[in-house]
Ligand binder design. Structure first.
Ligand code: MGD
Ligand code: MGD
Ligand code: SF4
Ligand code: MO
Length: 695
């Protein structure tokens, strides 16, 4: 008999609600949860490929202890007890000799992050980091500097927008299903989409207007847009008067940045810039200047992201239907809050963080996430102190931190690397111990509260039993904590214990999820009153153009524009991005997805290719100051002549992943590890490379 299990997809981080058809403890079918507005049965290619992941024998099947040199692929099978004892003993020795701060835990934020944080607080180390800075740290800081909220507390009302401008937010490839469905509906109703990118992405092909911009010059475009909007009084005067502080300063600052000036910097004709400003203003306040998702492109990222958020404020679109909104949580809908284990009382930690997050190095970055790109530096230079052990969960520092040759050198200095993963990732293969997690279809996880206009709760229920000798991370971490003498902070045995702990103050029962797999906490979209009810969390309670957060740490709110470095004939800016058929660095070995997109290629402009004697489909060598790699060329007119582009996540070196082994090139190997020191993100699209044909 087939049963239906409502759960949450985890083929990528978007976590769409799903319905799984199960028969004889096997998954027969996966589809989007039909009851969730915006999902209504939809699933992307990656979501469907969860079936291939479940049955993949090329994933770790039991705990493994390294027997040969790191990365040699020599392992022995261990029992869970043996593996956990091994990690526990090593960690105890390291903590005793070097202090708890010498242990770093890195993960991609997930439903159990409150449990990972509990683990680190319990052992007394300040060094838990998430991927956030590598993804959107500068967007986070930009939002905090203007509104007091993080980017995670803000959303886009795609469904009702009338005019949306996206700068390299390649939504139709770098997917969020709900957002796409809502936007497609809005476009059908006549909304306009303007897309700006040095490369003609799939989203460009869906746009009403596409503007090819010189790489790294978006801030110049935005300063010119602000210039015109202020000069022609195209802004929402009532909203701005009521909520925006510092307009005079902004006006004086943008004075020299005219559309004619921006044309020279961006390559976008001045009249196009003026048209964009006027069209957007006509649709206000149902306008979105999309603030982006991966905001890790250039060293001035925070100022670019600030300029986007400022454009929304000028349009009066913050907390406006069809614009941006502040996400409302369970409490805003009259319920209690979801509890977290990480809110227990822990002994105070005195040591500073390893990465300088919220301290000297990145004074205003979000220290609750940290700055993982500092890991290699901190280990290699023992700055600020020795780091000896790394625990990794659902994150791959060897592909997700730029300049991976340096990362590898740093890893060589560690006494212990433990990886919790579902794949033989680059980091798993380079570890001393692999603790394999059960995949999302084989496990249940902590309940998820999704804030928004209509806050909801979702639950990942286990669809089938684990195919192999694997465990959920919440269990692994508790069992490791027990070996370190801090098991008391993990007062649960089963997932039901975790759920009832989480739900205790909320007013929702676990049975409430049964019918549809989720709980809606309100029927009404929750908007704040635009005249009286906006609550910006800034010192003045307003949208602050001149930012105390920035200025108190010596950073200007409006630094003069620095031209984007011009690549000359010999070099190109290396841009990176995603495809609809893969998730960052996770799915390249998936049976179905590796068939759809087996390798990455290097987009290069036809004129440049011609000059260099490069033919379409031929192997080329790409060289940066960090490394050289070989990859096939895709010769095209659809990219700016100063840039080349490759997909992120290829160039794998783990022989156990036979389907993607040595396919394409790794962007992380080529990239420089330089950062936006104000906003906190690495500059992943800033590396200059040379390209030559392989003879
Ligand atoms: N060079 C370069 N670096 C980048 C980027 C880039 O474009 N280029 N992009 C940045 C961005 S935007 C982001 S968000 C980060 C993402 O960085 P990562 O988090 O490293 O990337 P992911 O592919 O999301 O996931 C990484 C690991 O999680 C494992 N995994 C997947 N599912 C599970 C699970 O259920 N349990 C466990 N334990 N592990 C699982 C995968 O096998 C994989 O090894 O990278 C950033 N770094
Ligand atoms: N299918 C799929 N969907 C995903 C993911 C995935 O791995 N696969 N990952 C998720 C994650 S973690 C993230 S962060 C998001 C990322 O989603 P997006 O932020 O949309 O990012 P990317 O796919 O990295 O695309 C970056 C785009 O920026 C362009 N670009 C590069 N330099 C510049 C520039 O100077 N100016 C402008 N205007 N554009 C530039 C590139 O050409 C590329 O098209 O996607 C999410 N969704
Ligand atoms: S976007 Fe696709 S892969 Fe990501 S959670 Fe949704 S269905 Fe799964
Ligand atoms: Mo990301």
């Amino acid at each position: 008999m087939a049963t239906e299990v409502y759960s949450i997809c985890f083929m990528c981080t978007v976590r769409c609600p799903i319905r799984v058809l199960v028969e004889n403890d096997d998954v027969k079918w996966i589809e989007g949860n039909p009851f969730v507005p915006g999902i209504e049965g939809a699933l992307c290619a990656k979501g469907s490929a969860g079936l291939a992941l479940l049955h993949d024998h090329e994933r770790p099947q039991y705990p493994m202890i390294r027997t040969g040199p790191r990365g040699s692929g020599q392992w022995r099978r261990a029992t869970w007890n043996e593996a956990l004892d091994y990690a526990g003993d090593k960690l105890k020795g390291i903590i005793k000799q070097h202090g708890a701060q010498s242990v770093v835990f890195g993960e991609r934020t997930n439903l159990n992050t409150h449990i990972s944080k509990t683990f680190m607080k319990a052992i007394g180390s300040p060094n838990h980091f998430t991927h956030d800075a590598l993804c959107k740290g500068s967007v986070n800081t930009a939002f905090r500097s203007l509104t007091g909220y993080t980017d995670a507390q803000v959303g886009v009302d795609y469904a009702n927008t009338r005019y949306i401008v996206m700068y390299g937010r390649n939504l139709f490839e770098s997917l969020e299903i709900k957002a796409i469905n809502h936007l497609l509906n809005a476009l059908e109703r006549g909304a306009k989409l303007i897309y700006i990118d040095p490369r003609v992405s799939i989203t460009a092909t869906k746009a009403d207007r596409y503007l090819m911009i010189r790489p790294g010059a978006d801030l110049a475009l935005n300063y010119a847009l602000i210039n015109i909007i202020l000069k022609e009084r195209l802004y929402d005067a009532q909203y701005v008067r009521r909520w925006v502080k510092g307009l005079k300063e902004l006006q004086a600052f943008v004075e020299p940045y005219t559309p004619a000036w921006a044309e020279a910097e961006t390559g976008i004709p001045a009249r196009e810039i003026v048209t964009l400003a006027r069209e957007a203003a006509e649709a206000k306040p149902a306008v979105v200047f999309h603030y982006g998702y991966r905001g890790a492109h250039h060293p001035n990222e925070i100022y670019f992201r600030r300029s986007l958020i400022i454009l929304n404020a000028l349009m009066g679109s913050i907390e406006a239907k069809g614009g941006l909104f502040f996400k409302k949580g369970p409490q805003a809908a009259g319920w209690g809050d979801l509890r977290k284990y990480s809110d227990q009382d822990f002994p105070k930690i005195k040591a500073p963080r390893f990465d300088g997050s919220g301290q000297d190095r990145f004074p205003i970055a979000d220290a609750s996430h940290g700055n993982p790109q500092m890991l290699p530096h901190a280990i290699l230079n023992e700055d600020p102190y020795p780091i000896k052990a790394l625990i990794i969960n659902r994150f791959d520092p060897l592909q997700s931190i730029p300049a991976s040759a340096t990362t590898k050198k740093a890893l060589d200095r560690l006494d212990l690397i433990v990886t919790i993963d579902i794949n033989f990732s680059e980091i798993a293969w380079y570890s001393d111990l692999i603790l394999p997690e059960s995949i999302y279809l084989e496990r249940a996880d902590s309940i998820q509260a999704v804030s928004g206009l209509k806050p909801q709760l979702f639950i990942r229920r286990q669809a089938v039993s684990p195919r192999y000798d694997t465990r959920p991370a919440w269990q692994i971490l508790k069992q490791l904590a027990e070996r370190l003498g801090v098991g008391r902070y993990f007062p649960y045995e089963t997932i039901e214990d975790i759920w009832s702990f989480q739900l205790r103050d909320l007013g929702v029962k676990i049975e409430d999820f049964d019918a549809k797999g989720f709980v809606s906490l309100t029927d009404q979209a929750l908007w704040w009153d635009r005249e009286k009810g906006l609550t910006f969390k800034t010192p003045s309670g307003k949208f602050e153009l001149v930012s105390p957060l920035l200025e108190s740490r010596g950073f200007p709110s409006f630094p003069p524009y620095n031209p984007a470095p011009r690549s000359n004939h010999g070099t190109f800016k290396l841009m990176v991005g995603r495809t609809a058929s893969h998730t960052n660095v996770s799915t390249q070995n998936n049976l179905y997805l590796s068939e759809l997109v087996p390798e990455n290629v290097l987009w290069i402009h036809a004129e440049a290719a011609n000059r260099l004697g490069i033919q379409d489909g031929e192997l080329v060598e790409v060289t940066s100051l960090q490394a050289s790699s070989r990859i096939k060329a895709k010769v095209t007119e659809l990219i700016h002549p100063e840039a080349v582009f490759m997909l992120h996540g290829f160039g794998k070196t783990v022989p156990a992943q036979t389907r993607c082994y040595h396919k394409g090139a790794s962007d992380a190997l080529l990239q420089e590890n330089t950062s936006d020191r104000v906003g906190g993100s690495p500059a992943l699209d800033e590396t200059l490379v040379q390209v030559r044909p392989v003879q």
